[in-house]
Design a protein around this ligand. Sequence first.
Ligand SMILES: Nc1nc2c(c(=O)[nH]1)N[C@H]1C(S)=C(S)[C@@H](COP(=O)(O)OP(=O)(O)OC[C@H]3O[C@@H](n4cnc5c(=O)[nH]c(N)nc54)[C@H](O)[C@@H]3O)O[C@H]1N2
Ligand SMILES: Nc1nc2c(c(=O)[nH]1)N[C@H]1C(S)=C(S)[C@@H](COP(=O)(O)OP(=O)(O)OC[C@H]3O[C@@H](n4cnc5c(=O)[nH]c(N)nc54)[C@H](O)[C@@H]3O)O[C@H]1N2
Ligand code: SF4
Ligand SMILES: [Mo]
Length: 696
Amino acid sequence: MINEPERKTVRAACPHDCPDTCAMLVTVEGGRAVRVAGDPAHPFTRGTLCTKVANYEQRTHSPDRIQTPLRRRTGAKGATGEARFEPISWDDALDEIAARFRALAASAEGAETIMPYSYYGTMGFVQSESMDRRFFYRLGATILERTICASAGSAGYDATIGARLGTDPERFADARLIVLWGTNTITSNVHLWPFILEAKHKGARIISIDPRRTRTADQCDEHVALLPGTDAALALGLMHVIFAEGLEDGDYLERHAVGAAELKQRAREYPPARVAEICGLTTDSIVRLAREYATTRPAVIRLNYGMQRHAGGGMAVRTVACLPAVTGAWRDPAGGALLSTSSTFPVNHNALKRPDLIPSPRPRTLNMSQLGDALTEVSDPPVRALYVYNSNPASVAPEQAKVLAGLRRDDLFTVVHEQFMTDTCDYADIVLPATTQLEHFDLHKAYGHLYLTINERSITPLHESKPNTEVFRLLAARLGFEEECFKDSDEEIARQAIDLDHPALAGITLDALRERGWMRLNVPETYAPFAAGHFPTASGKCELFNARLELQGLPAVPEFIPPRESRASAPELARRFPLALISPAAHAFLNSSFANLPKHLRQEKRPFVEINPEDAAARRIADGDRVRVSNERGSCELTAVVTTRARRGVVVSPSVWWNKLSPGNTNINQLTSQTLTDMGGGATFYDALVEIERLD
Ligand SMILES: Nc1nc2c(c(=O)[nH]1)N[C@H]1C(S)=C(S)[C@@H](COP(=O)(O)OP(=O)(O)OC[C@H]3O[C@@H](n4cnc5c(=O)[nH]c(N)nc54)[C@H](O)[C@@H]3O)O[C@H]1N2
Ligand SMILES: Nc1nc2c(c(=O)[nH]1)N[C@H]1C(S)=C(S)[C@@H](COP(=O)(O)OP(=O)(O)OC[C@H]3O[C@@H](n4cnc5c(=O)[nH]c(N)nc54)[C@H](O)[C@@H]3O)O[C@H]1N2
Ligand code: SF4
Ligand SMILES: [Mo]
């Protein structure tokens, strides 16, 4: 046994699905993690962690961790069933899973009956997209389309820009105008905030475009509270004014864009008066915003994923992404737009995930945003086994009633690999204990800055927990998969991920990363990705016109695609369910992670819904009343918070609460739908009409 020093500091990375990917320093004493802190030397982390992760050692050492593999002994599946679990050994658990998988793969219906289900409970390359992909590809299982978060916005941004490249967030400090469009920065991207404050101190104006008055909007110079799902109309309205008043950058458009004439034509259809009507804004505010945006340099737009959780979400992001080309804002390092920096990171996906292991004919694909349908309706063949890791679908997936009906099936064999006994675990046949970030190794890129970050293991795995990679190695061995890649260690996997001959990675190796903790990509300080054009599109230009979209039945030139459920687009439905529900990220939770820990529950208090005083009065609802929120898909119980933070006609319920820690054992995803977005097959969480009534 190696003698561990009594006290040491270990370099780690925050694993969560958050643009900031903070560099952490973990203090370990006598084999126990006693403190985590942000690395003060890291230029984006700057020594702080958010409130969610600041006590991560408590998550790791929580008495509520799953400690051993478990098998469901008796009782129906689900929180309200009588499911009782008993501890079993890892060997028994893995033997049972391997036997089930082997039998399904050998059956007439084949291995497509097995469905993996994962998202980014951890974002590390190693623990989120390596051995797992290799294993399920080699098995010939159903291929999962991972769409629950960002695929609409990604597709929309790529349709205009070509890839997820954008303004370096560290340059925001030099901007003169910062538009926070569909992002609650202080809640979900807090390390960008100091750069915004620095710009503000230097005289910049900050504008929030968000249906809700968020804590971020409180700190902005202006808050544009548009109706949910109307962003493309607003962007086209801004372009209408910009073109009409000759404020566009004709030179930039001519050199670096295609389709300026067509876009100008389209923008003519969106005069401010029409846009004001669609968005629920004043004409004046649209004209002012257009003039300010077009005449201030540098001007940068921070888009995040809020606006793309709607039926027209892809087109909304595509349309907003046209703006910096129209005004030439891309010319400045502190101008342009930032949705995600992820494409800046060159990654060897083929080595990491080994898609060459996918058998032919290629197994079918199922969309994770339609898990309810996958488990209850898909029949060619039906899903007979589900393996969940890095995700908690019983809480986070849309149209929850259908998801839970599927998970409740007695003939579905469900494995859940988890750190905590989540809602999803209640439906499992086998539960496996997972390590937390302090107990395994990983390597992280980021989607909100330009640094690669290492995560060294701080402590040995607690209880009987195992990392994802280890479980798939053991299952691969049991299933007789002989390819060498199933023997790769976690370090070897990390090395393979960045083993690429690419200028952005020059000088960056795993060894150098292990020595320093994190390294900035080889991208200049004054990085201005499109100052001289060179968009990574087919034409090499910013594609204001994109003919490939027509093949998908979408307009080649940006156009407003209305929400599926809104008063304007579904008046019949709106008569019964008149309120537009959005359920954005809660401040103290990270999706459903942390939503079981005492500190975080104290901070969020209780599941609630914000409702405007006029809408509340019309329903005789007072602040603090218990209410039922319902629509055709389901209902849940919440506490009403009567506030002007919600504009009239819009209600807001920060998410995601655990069902079993909520009144009535259900959460807000009872109300959300499995309808997909216009592009990217994404989830439409914020596109839902509801009615609210007081409970006595
Ligand atoms: N504290 C905290 N941080 C998180 C998370 C969390 O749960 N909690 N989740 C993480 C994850 S997985 C993600 S994807 C990101 C999400 O971070 P963001 O992409 O910023 O996401 P959301 O909270 O979904 O939405 C951001 C804002 O968009 C607004 N919004 C909703 N609909 C619309 C619309 O139609 N138009 C416009 N303009 N605005 C709209 C919401 O009111 C919200 O304030 O955050 C990450 N960080
Ligand atoms: N109504 C509504 N629903 C939403 C959203 C919303 O805004 N509103 N947001 C959506 C978005 S943006 C997203 S990204 C999804 C996110 O949904 P999920 O991907 O399900 O994210 P979490 O809820 O954080 O659950 C992640 C789980 O992974 C586990 N985990 C963490 N690390 C590991 C590990 O190393 N191994 C294993 N095996 N498990 C691990 C954690 O304990 C946690 O329970 O939710 C979506 N659902
Ligand atoms: S959740 Fe985001 S802000 Fe919080 S510590 Fe992790 S990376 Fe940093
Ligand atoms: Mo997400």
